[in-house]
Design a protein around this ligand. Structure first.
Ligand code: HEC
Length: 219
């Protein structure tokens, strides 16, 4: 425990010595202090830029924008992507408008069902996963009187309408009785495949449009 003011050739002035362990108290090098205070300043600026002033898009916002852009460019449509679109109030309200002018005649003003099924319950004939709704709306169910809306509305509007459907599902507006099976959120989207909306159209009028790999095993 003795304190001695000895000097060490490498450490310089020794301020403490405990059981033979020598401790110096030198000033930290400037380059080290610069990175230390620099990191603090960067952290503070970064926080303000992203969280407070919103100078830049947060990674989540950037991701949502990239997904939307990919979808519009004809990229693969996924449940996750449709969920992001359903979070966008503007897209949901676009979908509401498209629904009022194109779908309400058969599905009711509030989606409660008329000629077509009630879209506000938890039951779905063709699957309730976002990609299932997308497939039904886009390709229709021609054999059952549900038109294909892809060619009529275009890709963006179909996705907006699906976002709107996701906002009214499970609101249970009184109307037509539930039809089909209850879809539980988070359930495997495998239900989207049995919906055969695109299958009937392929063999009849557009054999060349079907990917050969997909068509071959069915023959
Ligand atoms: C001409 C009438 C008609 C119009 C217009 C119409 N639908 Fe339909 N829709 C139907 C019928 C009939 C069914 C039921 C199909 C079946 O029983 O397989 C249906 C089914 C659906 C389903 C599947 C429901 C389920 O339980 O799986 C969705 C989703 C749907 N329609 C959305 C829409 C949207 C969105 C629009 C507007 C862009 C629209 N429909 C316009 C008649 C229509």
């Amino acid at each position: 425990m003795s304190e001695s003011r000895q000097r060490d050739p490498i450490q310089g002035e020794i301020v403490h010595e405990y059981d033979g362990i020598l401790e110096a108290d030198n000033r930290l090098p400037n380059w080290w202090l610069a990175t230390f205070f620099g990191a603090i300043a960067f952290g503070a600026l970064y926080w303000f830029a992203y969280e407070s002033w919103h100078f830049a898009q947060s990674p989540r916002e950037e991701y949502a924008a990239a997904m939307e852009a990919a979808a519009e460019a004809g990229g693969e449509v996924t449940d996750e992507m449709l969920a992001l679109i359903a979070d966008n109030d503007q897209r949901v309200s676009d979908g509401r408008n498209a629904f009022a002018s194109n779908c309400a005649a058969c599905h009711g003003q509030r989606g409660e069902g008329q000629i077509g099924p009630n879209l506000t319950d938890a039951n779905w004939i063709h699957g309730g996963a976002p990609t299932s709704l997308y497939a039904t709306v886009r390709n229709g169910v021609p054999s059952a009187g549900m038109p294909a809306w892809g060619p009529v509305l275009g890709e963006r509007s179909v996705q907006s309408v699906v976002a709107y459907l996701m906002s009214i599902r499970d609101t249970n507006v009184p109307g037509r009785e539930p039809q089909g099976e209850v879809w539980v959120p988070g359930a495997a989207p495998s239900e989207s495949e049995p919906a055969a909306p695109s299958e009937p159209a392929a063999p009849s009028d557009a054999p060349s449009a079907a990917a050969p790999s997909a068509a071959a095993p069915r023959i």
